[in-house]
Design a protein around this ligand. Structure first.
Ligand SMILES: Nc1nc2c(ncn2[C@@H]2O[C@H](COP(=O)(O)OP(=O)(O)OP(=O)(O)O)[C@@H](O)[C@H]2O)c(=O)[nH]1
Ligand SMILES: [Mg+2]
Length: 460
């Protein structure tokens, strides 16, 4: 199989520039043929404007900038050539086809990064961070990914791994050389070290709650009977007239998804069809979907109309969300003279007394109370400000491995306390060391790597 790989490094579609990347032994040779110049000998990391032509017909394809990165000083550690063409999908396809006919093969998803890992240019956590950086939906998650890409997670793990290894060495040598048990003093030191490593591992694992929130965000569904103002609130939260709003009950029939952020948290907001009994076929499908959306959401915002009585339909909706995470938006408070708002809320609250802490009065029309609603949405998930937090673990794989390492170390401490043999205590510690190593990739098996890199995009 050819070892030189090629892929489009920029997104497919028309653009000003499209970059094609080649990596492998033959990358430079292929680039010479693409420009029909076997004498092309640029200094590495300099850029040259060249004519690309079809090696078979000699037809000029494009004028492009060629940059050569000589092994090992490249992203992958191999010879790499980057060709910046004009961003026409037709011509980019032509250049890639020529690379293929000159002996390259299409890169698999994440193959450039996989090679960088294999050649020691970065560790696994750093490679994953590049993927996360590309996928980041918010500035905050991009910032976290950059920290990981620059090795912050790996640096935090290193002392834990070193210390764990020290303990393992002590216990292993006790096993081999000491006839009797470890002296009490040494045993106490081992116990102390292990407790500290477990605590530090747990501390790192605990940052996942915030890290996951910053990366994946929340699914928020707006629910209510027709005409309570779900689509109006949807638009007010997004700051754009995305959904159709009319005074006709049953305006929204299908769901609409949009993204925005509250603080540093990406929110996937879903407007739904008003919930009511209906004989209209389209509307009833919409209602069924609304119910399914409710169940999938991280938090449901139930809208009530402040200018109307609470109806049986409202009560039914409130009953149906009892087992879900929900808050209540009391909309249209602008319809009341402002002096009456308190009375109104008190009146509504009397009926919904037990739900009082969940209610936010607001007006989708004037914007009053919208900030309060935003705070109420994120409060259960981010009780503190997460923007000032330090490095956060954001990958479920890393979190899982940290948890496993922690519980294995804790188990070993218990076994020490039970005076079980070093041999038994060591099993958990070796496992823990392996788990920590899997985060950065030293102890990751081939098929695990394949699985991880399949989540990367082609050309990365
Ligand atoms: N005065 C006032 N009117 C509002 C407010 N919010 C919505 N409305 C009006 O209420 C009517 C219904 O609003 P929509 O946003 O379409 O309501 P909906 O809940 O999406 O309705 P369906 O899609 O039919 O389920 C429209 O005439 C809006 O202009 C508000 O805060 N104040
Ligand atoms: Mg609507």
């Amino acid at each position: 199989m050819p070892n030189t790989i090629v892929a489009l490094a920029t997104p497919t579609g028309r653009s000003g520039i499209g970059v094609i990347r080649l990596s492998g032994d033959n990358a430079f040779g292929i680039s010479q043929k693409l420009i029909s110049d076997n004498g092309f000998a640029p200094s590495p990391r300099t850029t040259h404007l060249k004519q690309l032509s079809d090696p078979k017909t000699g037809d000029v394809i494009d004028e492009a900038l060629i940059t050569y990165f000589k092994t090992p000083h490249s992203f992958t550690g191999e010879d790499v050539v980057e060709i910046s063409c004009h961003g026409s999908p037709v011509l980019l396809r032509q250049v890639i086809d020529n690379c293929l006919s000159l002996g390259a093969r299409m890169a698999e998803a994440g193959e450039f990064s996989l090679r960088a890992l294999a050649n020691g240019r970065m560790d696994l956590a750093e490679a994953e961070a590049i993927r996360d950086l590309i996928d980041a939906q918010t500035v905050a998650s991009a910032r976290q990914a950059v920290r990981q890409m620059r090795g912050e997670l790996s640096h935090q793990l290193q002392p834990l791994k070193d210390e764990l290894l020290n303990v393992i060495v002590v216990l292993e040598s006790a096993l081999e050389f000491v006839e009797d048990d470890l002296p009490a003093m040494q045993l106490e030191n081992v116990r102390k070290s292990l407790t500290e490593i477990a605590a530090d591992t747990a501390k790192l694992a605990d940052t996942f709650k915030a890290g996951h929130l910053i990366r994946e965000g929340l699914r928020v569904a707006l629910i209510g009977r027709p005409n309570v103002g779900k689509s109006s609130l949807f638009n007010a939260l997004l700051g754009s007239d995305r959904a159709i709003v009319t005074e006709i009950a049953g305006t929204t029939r299908d769901q609409i998804h949009e993204r925005f952020t509250i603080g540093d948290i990406p929110i996937s907001l879903i407007d739904t069809a008003g919930l009511r009994e209906t004989t209209d076929t389209v509307e009833s499908i919409g209602v069924a979907r609304s119910k399914a959306t409710m169940a999938d959401a991280d938090i449901v915002v139930v809208l009530l109309d402040a200018s109307e009585e609470i109806e049986s339909e409202d009560h039914e909706i409130l009953d149906s969300v009892q087992d879900l995470n929900f808050i209540i938006a009391l909309n249209k408070i602008d319809k009341q003279p402002s002096s009456d708002v308190d009375k109104l809320i008190a009146g509504k609250h009397a009926k919904l007394g037990h739900l009082r802490p969940r209610i936010t009065p607001l007006s989708a029309k004037t914007g009053e109370g919208i900030d309060d609603l935003c705070n109420a949405i994120i409060r259960p998930f981010a009780p503190q400000d997460i923007s000032s937090a330090g490095f956060l673990v954001s990958d479920a794989r890393h979190h899982d491995l940290l948890q496993r390492a922690k519980s294995d170390i804790e188990q070993s401490v218990e076994q020490l306390d039970q005076k079980l043999s070093e041999e038994i205590v060591l099993i958990g510690l070796h496992n823990a060391l392996r788990y920590l190593g899997q985060i950065t990739g030293e102890t990751t098996t081939e098929d695990m790597l394949t699985r991880i890199f399949s989540t990367f995009c082609i050309g990365k």
